[in-house]
Design a protein around this ligand. Structure first.
Ligand code: MN
Length: 132
């Protein structure tokens, strides 16, 4: 079974880049451009990990996390932010809100997939061997 990652991101360029890099690494990706659509789609999908943007129109990331983490079926699914917030206080706020971790923006294409992998259980990590 392929490892599935669900991405919630309102910026199409960022979404495209993350999708490309994670697909290339061997992950199966689905995504939504806003929180409401994501929550709707996640009723029918069970990803192994969720990447959730923080600043989005409509529901922001904190609201999405609050909603998902209140549901039993999402308690054990890691949810991470990819964020440009540089302030230590913001990082604390991200973790307090229920995110399991974060990756700093800008996205570094060579290491992004392995950064994401660190939040997956070992058995779900894809080892990328085709990128020499
Ligand atoms: Mn955003």
């Amino acid at each position: 079974m392929p490892t599935k990652i669900f991405i919630i991101e309102d910026n199409p360029t960022n979404l495209e880049l993350m999708t490309f890099l994670l697909n290339h690494a061997g992950y199966e990706i689905s995504s939504a451009l806003d929180g409401n659509t994501a929550i709707e789609n996640l009723k029918h999908e069970k990803p192994d990990l969720i990447i959730c943007d923080i600043q989005m129109p409509g529901m922001n990331g904190y609201e999405v996390i609050k909603y998902l983490k209140a549901k039993q079926e999402f308690v054990n699914i890691p949810i991470i932010a990819v964020t440009a917030f540089a302030m230590v206080g913001d990082k604390d706020k991200i973790l307090m809100a229920g995110y399991d971790g974060y990756i700093d923006k800008p996205i570094e294409p060579q290491i992004f997939a392995s950064q994401v992998a660190t939040f997956l259980p070992e058995s779900k990590r894809v080892i990328n061997n085709h990128d020499e």
